[in-house]
Write a new protein. Structure first.
Length: 434
């Protein structure tokens, strides 16, 4: 069964009991609770619901652990009066809930603004990449300078005193996908490089090398590049030439940093010596190339050209940890997992209160508390609630969901087309993650 469909029935407040999954009918701004839909945890929550002035809610059977209590026919006065003695707006608990909610609404606006700014910057940057790649292939020094400007901008966000927030960018699979990949690898490499405490020069060279890591593929026939495996031995050998080709192209500019060229040459070398083209082992591979190799592997797993074979970010990290430990620098891999958290942006999750959500952004300094977009068909798509996990410590992630288990409605609500492309923005103001 796909997740996201439900049937529901309207019930009275006296029918509520812990374990029931309910939906509030007042709209997100019309009640003081963080969620429009949730599973009732305890009696205190039922009391708060009653005190808030709500008289009826919708009960969602398939997400509930129990049935509603029966309505007692002809009963003049229920044991617990549905209308509180204190008017809702004066009850101290409800007042506190409203105050907390107002703070959240303020932070929600900040987060939306941050995400919008990040998306605008991403779109402006991605627009420049094909032109820069074209100029690089022509051996233009200007391309290197253009790339340095992009990287310097991004590196500055990671080197800033303000927290760098990694946001999920939703992109459509197009002919330009190779540019998404280049930029994604560069952004992720910068995140990991900053966490690995590279100095600013190393960090800039890493970003430039990562941006052009697959430059040599421009010399290889698209038919071979896009062929679904298995490849013939000749095709394999041809693909294995792309690191060398890339270095040759970069050298023509006479302005390409040497450690960035090493990234291009060594990004397919493996820590256990089974990579290519020079079968280098361990620390014989430059640290910048080892970083690029990790983020390149991650991006290839998440953004596979064949959507059937693409993994969710959560699955990709698990796969890398269990299956690629020998091929990658384990210390850097663990650092990468620590940056992105167990549930990286782009992972669909089910929360402990039964609500479905998509991980939207992560602060690499506090990766266990990502921000999530909540699925709630009662809240319009463009106004979806972004929920900060540190706001509600009691709500935890129960499990990750396979992307193919999400219903088309949920995917459309999240604008989720699969894959995991990232861009970074510094968080300022009251919404700054603590
Ligand atoms: Fe490559």
């Amino acid at each position: 069964m796909s997740i996201g469909h439900s049937t529901e029935m309207r019930i009275k407040m006296e029918q509520l009991q812990p374990g029931m999954f309910i939906r509030l009918d007042e709209g997100w701004f019309g009640h003081p609770f963080l969620f429009n839909r949730f599973k009732i945890k305890n009696r205190a929550q039922i009391d708060s619901l009653k005190k808030s002035g709500i008289t009826e809610v919708y009960y969602i059977p398939e997400k509930s652990d129990c049935l509603p209590l029966p309505l007692e026919e002809g009963k003049v006065k229920p044991k617990t009066p549905p209308v509180p003695a204190t008017p809702p707006e004066e009850d101290p608990v409800i007042q506190l809930l409203w105050q907390i909610k107002k703070d959240r609404i303020g932070r929600l606006k900040e987060k939306r603004e941050n995400l919008r700014k990040c998306t605008d910057n991403y779109n402006a940057t991605i627009k420049d990449i094909p032109n820069i790649m074209g100029k690089m292939v022509a051996g233009s020094k200007e391309a290197v300078n253009n790339a340095k400007t992009i990287v310097s901008n991004l590196a500055g966000k990671f080197l800033s005193d303000t927290d760098a927030i990694m946001h999920l960018m939703t992109v459509k699979e197009t002919e330009e996908s190779i540019y998404y990949h280049s930029l994604n690898v560069s952004v992720l490499a910068l995140m990991l490089g900053a966490k690995a405490k590279l100095n600013p020069t190393e960090l800039h060279d890493l970003g430039v090398g990562a941006l052009f890591h697959d430059l040599g593929k421009t010399r290889i026939d698209n038919k071979v590049l896009k062929k679904t495996p298995p490849l013939t031995r000749a095709e394999q050998s041809l693909i294995h030439l792309h690191p060398r080709y890339g270095v040759e192209i970069a050298a023509k500019t006479n302005a390409f940093p040497s450690s960035a060229a090493l990234v291009i040459m060594q990004h397919h070398e493996q820590y256990d010596g089974n990579g290519y083209p020079n079968l280098l082992k361990g620390e014989k591979i430059s640290k910048l190339a080892r970083i690029t190799s990790i983020v390149n592997t991650y991006d290839n797993l998440c953004n596979n050209a064949d959507p059937q074979r693409a993994m969710s970010p959560y699955q990709a990290l698990s796969h890398m940890y269990t299956k690629c430990q020998n091929a990658l620098d384990l210390e850097l891999l663990l650092l990468f997992i620590r940056c992105l958290g167990i549930y990286p942006p782009g992972t669909a999750v089910l929360l402990s209160n039964g609500v479905l959500a998509l991980v939207m952004s992560v602060n690499p300094k506090n990766p266990l508390k990502p921000s999530l977009m909540l699925y709630d068909p009662d809240v319009p798509k463009g106004e979806a609630v972004i929920f900060d996990m540190e706001d509600e410590p009691e709500v935890t992630i129960e499990r990750n969901l396979r992307p193919d288990k999400l219903s088309p409605e949920v995917c459309s609500y999240f604008n989720y087309t699969g894959g995991a492309n990232y861009f970074v923005e510094n968080m300022k103001g009251p919404g700054k993650t603590r």
